[in-house]
Unconditional design. Sequence first.
Lengths: 250, 269
Amino acid sequence: MKDLFFFDGNCRIGDNLEKMPGTKELLAEMDRYGVDKALVRHNAIAPGGAAYTNENITELLKEDVEKRLVGVWSILPDTCGEQQEPDQFFKEMKENRIGAITLSPVQHHYIPRRNVIGKIMDAARERKVPVLLNAFAEKWYELYDFMEQFPDNICIYTEACGKWGYDRYIQPLLDSYSNFYFGTAGYWVQDGISDLVKKYGAERFIYGSNFPRYNHGNGMLQIKHAGLKDEEIRKIAGENLNSLLNGADL
Amino acid sequence: MKRSIWEKENSLAAAMWNNGKLDFPVYDMHGHMGPHNAICFKHCSAEDMVAHLKRAGIKHLVFSHHANLLGFMKNESVVEICKEHPDFLRMYAGIIPQQQETIKSDLAMFDKWSPYAVGLKILPIYHNHKLEDKEYEYALSFANERKIPVLIHTWGNAPECGIYETICKYPDAKFFLAHCCFGAWDYAARCVNESNGNVWLELTAVPGERGIIEKLVEMVGSEKILFGTDLPWFDEYQAIGGVLSADITEDDIKNILYRNIEKLLGTDW
């Protein structure tokens, strides 16, 4: 088992209005299933807002003494003076073991276009900072528009917005944008992963659990026995995400 | 890092991880076949699905063809598909409440479709009906007399669909509640625990949901839970992985994956 390195690209921790799993609970479950590392964002980003949840996820990461977790911060529009200047923002990300950004335009009431978030998104593109697209739950027109606005950013689709395969939505994005990566959480269609890998190559796919909604194990076994070559399995399980995060110039 | 479930010696999880199969037959009690309007299926032919079943160590898939449930294919045509893969495929005869004459003529043929037809499939919501509607009475009486399985599509709105009232009315039919009344877990448990012992929860769409199988096992016991996937909607490895990932005993896992259905239908069907 441990010859396979798993880096989960889709985990959430931290309380929202209810008590939710925190750092220790996530780490315990990663141990149970053999997940080495995880990219984690806050459970309450949408209702809680960027300010509170960026601060709280930073605090939660401090409980991870082995440094197995890498955090995600939310961005806000540049135009209203709420978003730090990119250099300072990325400097603080690095200092706090934050490896990627995300955005919630619908819930945070802004339009994710170039004249709103262009400055921070362009800086993220230049520095190759991954952008987790967890903000467009089934708002496919908006996601398509966002990708047209920012076609060269590294984007990882992590939404598990339903378990009933959505290839008709996702494959055009994989076709159109070479920096668009697809997280496997909730993509459970029979033999679907092997089909996608045949068409796009294993480099475009990233293992994700969607913890705490789903457990880690089901998707691990699905990838392990998807009928892929060993090197393809290794890439999806952890190498792809590790490379993307290591490639960011923070 | 501690040893994971996949590394525990002689465990079911380790066997599945290493071999891609378990050393006992797994029965998938909820499948489909053929294209569907809502999704892109690349592997929904009988041949592709059987190849997947073989690879994952599934003994039988009991399915209802999408075209049949949508009114485009007769049950007798589904029997012919089963005959081409007699070792793997079994079927539920689709019951469409708008087609009363077909229900009667199909059920008159049911015995001749043995061993392929093992029960009936009913989708009240998809067919704009409640389970307690009179349009289902003939089929449910048939199932009750013969004590055969009836797989009923359920979801979180099950309490509004007359499920509990109906299963009490037909105490000898074997009701499999597809998707375990997804989300309405207490209601699903009530259907099992307050019935005549003739109700099982079928797991499609549940494996992978963190903590839910554990909850269902606690509420109704693993003896009352059956494995299913909606194949080709869900991958067998994902679904078996979801069961193996649950924090339940290996006896519970075996009950779910094969023992319960073998108690109901035997080993030779």
